[in-house]
Design a protein around this ligand. Structure first.
Ligand code: RAT
Ligand code: ZN
Length: 422
């Protein structure tokens, strides 16, 4: 490890680059948006070879490559789907798409022989692991400090676990996901009524107060770090809609009162090809102006935002320059590929300096943190080293302790600081 008083200058650019890569590798990550679950949620926590192979990113790829009818693909058992994906995408073709490559990185990080192409041996490795043991292995090898889950009180498999007050593994934090409330008020209203909240579809004053009570109850029950929603590409604000009223009258007041940010993930074109199920969502450019107007309307609320369209990234970074209550995070979903992570991270560093959280993993299968962080760490380190090199060329010098500070922020500290801000 480099001495913390090591000073880098224009004469030691290569040493600086090596130090940046080493620092990024040894600094623990907080993964602020995932779909993995703490062990208390039992079968909701996905892990292992067949889950890795049937990731919905790979389902889209295998249906495209093989031209299999989606219904025929989904009619197979999970194991058959995994066999089919392995054969089609890894054996009959070279697996260099990011989602395929990710599976191989996972195997490699686990010490398995990627060259063997021996699916049975890989399955056997997982079959011998206990979930507790495996979680420890994955956290250690990823150098992962903690993950933030996606916790949906409308999910019938998940809700009872919270209601039973199950003890949570401290490495798994909660985030309260409220998509049904903002994207399907009619459906959410009926569910809330069923749980004893006095709500109505036209959003009377009583209903709004009851939605606030529901959100507060669940923030407290889950101790969620933030409230989150995924929004379609036509998200507008302000507008005359149930969604906008719910944001103004419920989400923002509760976010302020409970001191939690409101996270918006914007730009999903849901069910672009519905036959593909979860794999059928797409992307479209959205109106970043909606984010600007929300940040301006509520300077004392905190917003975390990531947008799905590449075309939105520049204007979103500019909005973050204007609104300190806007925190940008991650390269989401279709943007989570090396070329776009690199482009976005470079632009964000150039426009926003150290004040972003460049990545989250969005892992659905626990094992995926191994590859998503391995791939992202390499890019973040490369871009950061380039930016430092530009600094050093001016005559500026950099201490190792300053690199440590910056990297700790980029891999999670900036998120924790944002949560603490008034
Ligand atoms: O990235 C994904 O796996 C998507 O399917 C979604 O889960 C998305 O990240 C979301 O949180 O809605
Ligand atoms: Zn997600």
């Amino acid at each position: 490890m480099t001495d913390s008083e090591t000073l880098f200058s224009r004469d030691t650019l290569d040493e600086m680059r090596a130090a940046v890569h080493e620092t990024v590798d040894r600094t623990p990550v907080t993964d602020i948006h995932t779909h993995v679950y703490a062990p208390a949620f039992g079968g909701l926590l996905l892990w292992g070879m067949d889950e890795l192979l049937t990731y919905h990113y790979l389902i889209a790829e295998v249906i495209r490559a093989s031209r299999i009818e989606p219904a025929a693909f989904f009619a197979q058992s999970k194991r058959e789907q995994a066999d089919f994906i392995w054969r089609t995408l890894f054996i009959e073709r070279s697996p260099y798409s990011e989602a395929c490559r990710g599976v191989l990185t996972v195997l490699d990080r686990l010490g398995l022989d990627v060259a063997s192409r021996d699916l049975a041996a890989y399955r056997d490795y997982f079959a011998r692991k206990s979930v507790e043991d495996y979680i420890n292995t994955v956290f250690e090898r990823t150098n992962l400090e903690s993950v933030v889950m996606t916790n949906d009180p409308f999910d019938d498999a998940e809700r009872p676990v919270w209601e039973a007050g199950a003890a949570m593994d401290k490495r798994f934090h909660a985030a309260l996901r409220i998509d049904p409330i903002l994207n399907d008020w009619t459906g959410a209203c009926a569910r809330l009524q069923g749980w004893g909240y006095n709500v109505d579809e036209r959003l009377s004053g009583t209903a709004l107060a009851e939605v606030r009570r529901f959100l507060t109850d669940w923030l407290q029950k889950t101790r969620a770090l933030y409230m989150a929603v995924s929004l379609p590409q036509d998200f507008a604000y302000p507008e005359n809609s149930a969604r906008a009223r719910l944001i103004d009258e419920c989400i923002i007041p509760v976010a302020k009162e409970q001191h939690v940010p409101f996270a918006m993930m914007i730009g999903v074109k849901r069910a672009m090809n519905p036959a593909l199920k979860l794999a059928g969502d797409g992307v479209a450019k959205s109106d970043a102006g909606a984010v600007e107007r929300l940040c301006a309307a509520y300077p004392d609320a905190k917003f975390m935002v990531t947008m799905l369209a590449r075309e939105n990234q520049h204007e979103l970074s500019i909005a973050a320059r204007k609104f300190p209550n806007l925190f940008l995070f991650g390269c989401w979903w279709f943007l989570n590929v090396p070329s776009l992570i690199e482009e976005m991270t470079r632009m964000r560093f150039e426009l926003l300096g150290t004040s972003v959280l460049p990545q989250h993993s969005d892992s659905r299968v626990l094992d995926q943190v191994l590859y998503k962080w391995s791939h992202s760490r390499a890019i973040i380190a490369r871009v950061l080293a380039d930016k430092y090199a530009d600094l050093l060329r001016t005559g500026w010098t950099l201490k190792q302790s300053e690199i440590d500070r910056d990297v700790a922020g980029l891999l999670g500290g900036n998120f924790w600081d944002f949560l603490k801000q008034a």
